[in-house]
Design a protein around this ligand. Structure first.
Ligand SMILES: Nc1ncnc2c1ncn2[C@@H]1O[C@H](COP(=O)(O)OP(=O)(O)O)[C@@H](O)[C@H]1O
Ligand SMILES: [Mg+2]
Length: 249
C-alpha cells in the first residue's frame, strides 16, 4: 500500500531550482536509503515530504499516513532546532513527540511515560531519562531525538543523516534497530555513505536535483550513468566495497 506519493514536485529557493519535477512513491514496507552529493537536495526533499516548505506539484498522503488530521510520520532532523540550554529532561524531549495527543488530553499519561522508558532502553540510553538536555553528548542527543521520532508509533520514519553524530558502536545497533522497526513502519534514511547502508536498505533513491528510485540495494555504474546519478557505485563481493565515480549532469 502506498503511504505517500509525489507527483511532479519542484522546489525553488529564489531562482535556484533545488528539486526538479520529482515523482516518488513510498510504500508501507519500504526501507529506503537516500543518497546524493552535499547540496543535492536531500534535506529539501525530506522537508517537502513533510510539507514543511513551499513546493509546486502534489504531495499526497495515503490514509494510513494521515488519519483525522494526525500525521503519522516520525522525523529525525539532520540539524536540531532544539535549544540545548532549555531546561528540559530527556524524558520531556521524548514526550514532546506526542504533542498532538497532549493537546487533546492536557497531560501525559502514565502509559506514555512507560513508553518513553521502553524507547530509551531500546536505544541504550535508559540511564539518561532524567538528565537535562544540556548535559548530553551529540550521540546521546541523536538517540534522544530518535526516541522522540518513535513515540507516536509512526508509519513512516525519516532519518536525515542519523549517523553523523553517532559513535560507531551505536551505528550497528541503530541499523539493527531500524531493521526491526521496518516490520511496523516504512523507513527512509538519508546518508552520504552508500557503502555502509547498502546492506541494510532494500531500495536506493538518488537525489541530485532530479530524483531516481532504484528498487535494489545494488546500483551499477551503467545505471548511475543512465539516470545521471551523482555518486558512488557499490559492488557486493566477499568484501563489500565502494567505488567512487562521478558523472556529468
Ligand atoms: N532555506 C533555504 N534557502 C535557500 N537555499 C537553501 C535553503 N535550504 C537549502 N538551500 C539550498 O538548496 C540546496 C540543497 O540543500 P539541501 O537540501 O540541504 O542538500 P543536502 O541535504 O542534499 O545536502 C543547496 O544548494 C542549499 O544551499
Ligand atoms: Mg542534508
Amino acid at each position: 500500500m502506498t503511504l505517500l506519493s509525489l507527483h511532479d514536485v519542484s522546489v525553488h529557493f529564489g531562482s535556484l531550482e533545488v528539486l526538479s519535477h520529482v515523482n516518488l512513491e513510498i510504500a508501507e514496507d519500504d526501507f529506503i536509503g537516500m543518497i546524493g552529493p552535499n547540496g543535492g537536495g536531500k534535506t529539501t526533499l525530506v522537508r517537502t515530504l513533510l510539507k514543511a516548505l513551499p513546493y509546486t506539484g502534489e504531495v499526497r498522503y495515503g490514509s494510513a499516513l494521515e488519519e483525522n488530521g494526525i500525521r503519522r510520520i516520525g522525523y529525525l532532523p539532520q540539524f536540531t532546532e532544539i535549544d540545548r540550554s532549555f531546561p528540559i529532561s530527556v524524558q520531556e524531549v521524548v514526550l514532546s513527540g506526542l504533542q498532538s495527543r497532549k493537546r487533546l488530553f492536557g497531560r501525559y499519561a502514565t502509559t506514555d511515560k512507560q513508553r518513553v522508558s521502553e524507547l530509551l532502553h531500546l536505544c541504550g540510553i535508559e540511564a539518561l531519562e532524567h538528565r537535562p538536555l544540556g548535559t548530553l553528548s551529540g550521540g546521546e542527543m541523536q538517540r534522544t531525538l530518535l526516541c522522540r521520532a518513535l513515540i507516536s508509533n509512526p508509519k513512516l520514519l525519516i532519518l536525515d543523516e542519523p549517523t553523523n553524530f553517532v559513535d560507531n558502536r551505536f551505528e550497528e545497533t541503530l541499523y539493527a534497530l531500524l531493521r526491526r522497526l521496518n516490520h511496523e513502519m516504512a523507513i527512509l534514511m538519508v546518508s552520504h555513505d552508500l557503502g555502509t547502508i547498502s546492506s541494510y536498505v532494500r531500495t536506493i533513491v538518488c537525489v541530485n536535483r532530479h530524483v531516481h528510485r532504484h528498487n535494489s540495494n545494488i546500483i551499477t555504474s551503467e545505471q548511475l550513468h543512465n539516470y545521471h546519478c551523482p555518486i558512488q557505485v557499490i559492488t557486493h563481493g566477499d568484501v563489500p566495497h565502494t567505488v567512487l565515480a562521478r558523472h556529468k549532469e
